[in-house]
Design a protein around this ligand. Structure first.
Ligand code: GLN
Length: 479
């Protein structure tokens, strides 16, 4: 197996035995980037100099990620390094500080190879809304990698980095992980600091890892979770060692399959593959039952009110004065604002700002925003009630496998890719996407496991067990 195909824990063993050095690992990944990046285009910027400086400072570090080449989604702040959010608005923006997760990874010894491509301001499900370029799915370059963390998922799947961070507001870690055949984890809201994550919808956004397997996911979670006084929504409590949950054991675990999800008309190959995987968990001793999520049918509608509403407020700061792009048409201040925002934002971001502003405006607030918040409460209660009796909920991650680049022209059609992922953010609970199989086109199928607030451990345990049973995650892309 090539170094670029290995996981964090495999590379770590080799480094510990002295079979390979951190320098050689980084070199192997940079060679891989040289060979495949022109086809996959996972990155907005490569940070070779930063990586070399980190390597030089590494000698005395024994961190769990010492020498591990990672990628960061380009909405995660990196001091002095471009953080564009995939937008013309921030094309030249270098933050003056690091996000908390950036510091945490750095302290654990990680080497930053680059900032990964994304839908502009994380709005999208295909990474096609990036101002810069499209990213290609490493399993088939004609296909989209999913989004909005499509660059991170593609980079991990293509072996350009060993792991990456993404952000997930309505599925943006899990859905691209699913399309790219890797593992994506959206932690409980409040368990990973959002300090330095450029805000999209603050009550939904969470940072999480995209990795090649479940063990690496647990390792990355150990590094990034924890209380942070810089983020007022960060939960101050003890966080477990997530690797303690890497056990092959689902005996007696109670798993719910939401009828409202499986009744939807979606790709049969995805449905069959997920149900076959669930059957294997049942054979291994889990108890599986049909359950109900009464609010599920309104989740997408509620999400596409709440997320744009928050975005319209968060994105008000991009006015040409404080951050980023400023229009040349600045004869008077009002014109300057208008032209800056007209020229600096892409069409999907403008659509969200308009939707959100409309939903919040007087006369419409009750009908849209307030109603969406009520649906949010119902969805949260649905999950709270289910988790009184069940350990986990299982569903597909997305209703289909990856779609072709350019295929989805209607924004509403694109929004449907999020149908199984948005309820999780609305409720603030954690969920993972792991590979469950491949469709007849050879594209990966993702399975989602959802747990209760701070139930990451059980999710990891079941995901680890299923990964061992299915034994498909050793398959790597051919590029
Ligand atoms: N696809 C969803 C959206 O466009 C989710 C995005 C995300 O999780 N950042 O809003």
């Amino acid at each position: 197996m090539e170094i670029y195909e290995m996981t964090i824990h495999q590379i770590r063993k080799l480094i510990e035995k002295g079979d390979i050095t951190a320098q050689e690992v980084t070199e192997a990944y940079y060679n891989r980037i040289d060979n495949v990046e022109s086809d996959v285009k996972s990155f907005i910027s490569l940070t070779r100099e930063k990586a070399e400086a980190q390597l030089d400072n590494l000698s005395d570090k024994k961190g769990i990620l010492a020498g591990m080449p990672v990628g960061l989604k380009d909405n995660i702040s990196t001091e002095g390094i471009l953080t564009t959010c995939g937008s013309k608005m921030l094309e030249d923006y270098c933050p003056p500080y690091n996000a908390t997760v950036t510091n945490k990874l750095q302290d654990a010894g990680a080497i930053f190879l680059g900032k990964t491509n994304m839908d502009e301001f994380a709005m999208g499900s295909s990474t096609e809304n990036s101002f810069f370029h499209n990213t290609h799915n490493p399993w088939d370059l004609d296909y989209a990698p999913g989004g909005s963390s499509g660059g991170s998922a593609a980079a991990v799947a293509a072996g350009e980095v060993v792991a990456a961070l993404g952000s997930d507001t309505g599925g943006s870690i899990r859905q691209p992980a699913s399309y790219c055949g890797v593992v994506g984890f959206k932690p409980t809201y409040g368990s990973v600091s959002r300090y330095g994550l450029v805000a999209f919808a603050s009550s939904l956004d969470q940072i999480g890892p995209i990795t090649k397997d479940v063990t690496d996911s647990a390792i990355m979670m150990n590094v990034i979770t924890g209380h942070d006084p810089h983020d007022s929504t960060s939960v101050n409590q003890d966080y477990p060692d997530y690797t303690d949950f890497l056990k092959e054991d689902v005996k007696g675990m109670k798993i719910g399959l939401p009828a409202e999800y499986f009744d939807i008309d979606f790709d049969n190959e995805v449905k069959e593959s997920v149900l076959a995987a669930v059957k294997k968990l049942e054979d291994a001793g889990a108890e599986v039952e049909e359950v109900h999520l009464t609010g599920a049918e309104y989740a997408l509608a509620a999400y596409y009110v709440i997320a744009p509403a928050e975005a319209s407020s968060n994105l008000a700061r991009y006015d040409g004065v404080r951050y980023g792009y400023r229009s040349e048409k600045d004869d008077d201040i009002k014109n300057m604002f208008t032209h800056t925002r007209h020229e600096g934002f892409g069409p999907e971001v403008k659509r969200r700002i308009m939707l959100g502003t409309y939903a919040l405006s007087s006369g419409y607030y009750d009908a849209f925003y307030l109603k969406a918040q009520k649906v949010r409460t119902i969805i949260k209660e649905d999950f709270d009630n289910l988790f009184k009796d069940y350990d986990l909920i299982i569903s597909p991650t997305a209703p289909t496998t990856a779609f072709k680049l350019g295929e989805k022209k209607d924004p509403l059609e694109m929004y449907h890719a999020d149908i199984f992922t948005v309820p999780v953010n609305i409720a603030g609970v954690p969920a993972i996407s792991i590979p469950a199989g491949f469709d007849s086109k050879g594209l990966p199928i993702g399975l989602q496991m959802i747990g209760p607030h701070f139930g990451e451990g059980k999710i990891l345990q079941a995901a680890y067990t299923l990964e061992k049973i299915l034994d498909i995650n050793k398959k790597r892309v051919k590029l």
